[in-house]
Design a protein around this ligand. Structure first.
Ligand code: HEM
Length: 400
């Protein structure tokens, strides 16, 4: 098999291909998208920290200067919200936007949320176990992070069912060369989501609550530090990034444990291993397989000269299995101590929500391990038809 992000078989089992790339072609040109694939941990890690590479080039050049076509008009609602949020901009705008919300996500602030996260996880898991199991994705993995991030932002409970379809619709645009249909779905989702948040922010401006949307609406009112587009873009980013990958780590993580029963029993017997287990599950089956960067100045990566104006695709899933960075990388070891995985990224865009994700994952895995007498697979799980944002559609489990 070759690197083929559109082939479901590759997407389900990419690790042998990654090994071959690391061994024989650690930086290689991928003709179908015109990108350079970067497969080794040290090169991915260095590229993420290198300011000659950026999530966008629009702060230094126009589309024409980079030899790119401007996006088609119909995509405008999608890019309007994406480019108004920290993930798709570079300093100084990135610094300003990240600073406005970073205080809410520090390890100390998030630790204060732990009791609430534990309660939500406990309720979901107790219901799941009382029913003797079911689909772990729909019944536990999704509702926990959606509830937590929606509560932080102040999205009313009656509207939360809207978040998953909007987020899933927008995610299609982050796959490599998305189909026209996926692009239309993403644009529609972004547009509806933005309308919803504009109305919610206006409501919170009139009647502020104790939530992030109200706090950001106040910043908009105070002066020139945040525009309405930036508020909407930031809320969409937080709501989407705030649950999408966490759902996938929960699903991929349980699937990893079920395929490694020795490690499942080891963890069940010693829950003090939960923090290292969460890091290991994120490394072993990486939820976000690839992130792209634009080359803003000529660079050399892994000995290969790459000119300004092209894109590199950093293979997180491959970096996380690199024997140069991890001892016995294909082995799942829930007690792994030295684990410099790259799943939360690195450099200025390092995941803002990492402390929150860690608390949610430890609480959700812990709750099920404590509550269930047994944890058995009912049927072979099916992967969603995505490669970049990679996770299970459903994971049917019996708890006896
Ligand atoms: C950025 C992974 C959970 C919010 C990122 C990036 C990665 C990542 C890899 C950097 C992307 C890049 O460099 O191009 C993950 C994983 C998660 C997770 C694996 C779950 C296990 C969360 C949560 C939040 C969140 C719970 C909640 C707020 C963000 C934000 C950014 C980000 C706002 C943009 C940061 C910036 O551009 O400065 N995440 N994330 N993430 N993540 Fe997460």
């Amino acid at each position: 098999m070759r690197f083929d992000p559109w082939n479901p078989e590759f997407a389900a089992h990419p690790y042998d291909v990654y090994r071959r790339l690391r061994d024989t072609e650690p930086v290689s040109f991928f003709e179908p998208t015109g990108q350079w694939l970067v497969a080794r941990h040290r090169d991915v890690n260095a590229a993420l920290r290198d300011r000659r590479l950026g999530r966008s080039y629009l702060h230094v050049a126009s589309h024409e200067e980079f030899g790119r076509q401007p996006e088609p008009d119909f995509q405008e609602p999608f890019w309007r919200v994406s480019r108004a949020a920290m993930l798709d901009v570079e300093p100084p705008v990135h610094t300003r936007l990240r600073r406005l919300v970073s205080k809410a996500f520090t390890p100390r602030m998030v630790e204060e949320l732990r009791p609430r996260v534990r309660r939500v996880a406990g309720e979901l898991v107790d219901g799941f176990v009382e029913r003797g199991g079911g689909d772990l994705i729909a019944e536990v993995a999704e509702p926990l992070p959606v509830t937590v991030i929606a509560e932080m932002l102040g999205v009313p409970e009656s509207d939360r069912h809207l978040l998953r379809p909007w987020s899933a619709g927008m995610c299609g645009m982050y796959e490599l060369a998305p189909s026209v249909e996926a692009q239309h779905t993403a644009v529609r989702a972004a547009s509806e989501f933005a309308d919803y948040l504009r109305a919610l922010a206006a409501e919170r401006r009139a009647r502020p609550g104790d939530d992030l949307i109200s706090a950001l609406a106040q910043v908009v009112d105070e002066g020139d530090r945040l525009t309405v587009d930036e508020l909407v873009g930031t809320c969409i980013l937080l709501l989407n990034a705030g649950h999408e990958a966490t759902v996938n780590v929960t699903g991929n993580g349980w699937w990893a444990l079920l395929r490694n029963p020795g490690e499942l029993e080891r963890l069940r017997g010693d829950l003090s291993l939960l923090p290292t287990a969460v890091e290991e599950l994120m490394r072993w089956d990486t939820p976000l397989q690839l992130f792209e960067r634009w080359v803003l100045e000529d660079v050399t990566i892994g000995g290969v000269d790459i000119p300004k104006g092209v894109e590199v695709a950093l293979l997180f899933g491959s970096a996380n299995r690199d024997p140069e960075a991890f001892e016995d990388p294909d082995r799942l070891d829930v007690g792994r101590k030295d684990n410099p995985h790259i799943s939360f990224g690195a450099g200025i865009h390092f995941c803002l929500g990492a402390p929150l994700a860690r608390v949610e994952l430890a609480e959700s895995f812990g709750a099920l391990l404590r509550a269930a007498r047994k944890i058995e697979l009912v049927e072979e799980p099916v992967w969603k038809p995505n490669y970049v944002i990679r996770g299970l559609e459903a994971l049917k489990i019996s708890t006896g």
